[in-house]
Design a protein around this ligand. Structure first.
Ligand SMILES: [Zn+2]
Ligand SMILES: [Zn+2]
Length: 266
């Protein structure tokens, strides 16, 4: 089990099943030290798939109205977990890497300095980033790392593997972490060989990584059954894991918050 889980979703993401309180309660029951709740920017709402729209593209474009300010604003500025929870909450967001535009991600700039953790991920869906072109994918990922973000979420989707040597080197230089995502492994969404390669490159460049369940249901919180064998197989050093303990997680979050805020002032 993860002692600090750096990625999960509440009902606010619209395709996850539990409330913030239920997720925290589960983490607390498990004795976890920390939990980052990182709901999606509303550009991703998988309920659209369930509706099986014929004109999918226009349907998506019609629905995507930008970040859900009311939810994120209240979550950041007003929400406080019950004092009975021992698990520390990190307030995060998972934004999307975009196919078009001057900005490669859709994290709202007004709030980008307020989150504890900003994940940027490729979600191969209409109007987001659907390309299979590795060099274009790599270009958008490199652009994303100029933005106020902290983590590249599930970087090696099946069929969507970027140029890992370039990406990992850039992440190390920018002090951004690469994520090792348990759901991607558990639900067979990722390329195992690419993940192994990413971990070995991270060791070579001393690029830090984060571990996450990417839970969409409370019973997935803290799960790491796909992650652990890979870490052991490559002999990944603990000190390069930013959420290896609550102290390490807090240090990383504080470091990145300062960097994000300085980027926003430029
Ligand atoms: Zn994601
Ligand atoms: Zn996610």
């Amino acid at each position: 089990m993860l002692c600090v889980d750096f990625h999960c979703h509440s009902l606010a993401s619209k395709h996850a099943t539990n409330t913030i309180e239920e997720l925290l309660q589960r983490a607390d029951n498990l004795g976890m030290e920390g939990l980052a709740i990182t709901d999606h920017c509303p550009g991703i709402d998988n309920t659209a798939w369930l509706l099986n729209q014929e004109d999918e593209r226009s349907f998506w474009l019609h629905r995507i109205t930008g970040p859900d300010y009311p939810y994120f604003k209240v979550f950041i500025s007003r929400y406080q977990p019950s004092e009975t929870f021992k698990t520390v909450l990190f307030k995060g967001i998972e934004c999307n890497i975009l196919e078009e535009g001057d900005r490669a991600v859709d994290v709202p700039l007004k709030e980008a300095g307020e989150f504890d953790l900003v994940i940027a991920s490729i979600h191969p869906l209409p109007s987001l980033l659907q390309t299979h072109d590795s060099s274009f994918l790599t270009e958008r990922l490199l652009m994303a790392m100029e933005e106020p973000i902290d983590v590249i979420g599930h970087p090696c989707h099946k069929g969507y593997v970027p140029d890992l040597p370039l990406i990992v080197k850039k992440a190390a230089d920018a002090r951004i972490v690469m994520e090792l995502n348990n759901s991607s492994l558990r639900f067979n969404k990722t390329d195992f060989e690419a993940i192994r390669k990413m971990l070995k490159l991270a060791m070579k460049h001393e690029c830090r990584i984060s571990l996450s369940s990417d839970a969409h249901c409370s019973n997935e919180i803290g799960c790491d059954e796909g992650i652990r064998p890979l870490l052991s197989e490559v002999g990944f050093p603990d000190e390069l894991i930013v959420n290896r303990s609550l102290t390490a997680a807090k240090t990383y979050v504080a470091e990145r918050k300062d960097i994000r805020r300085s980027l926003l002032q430029i």
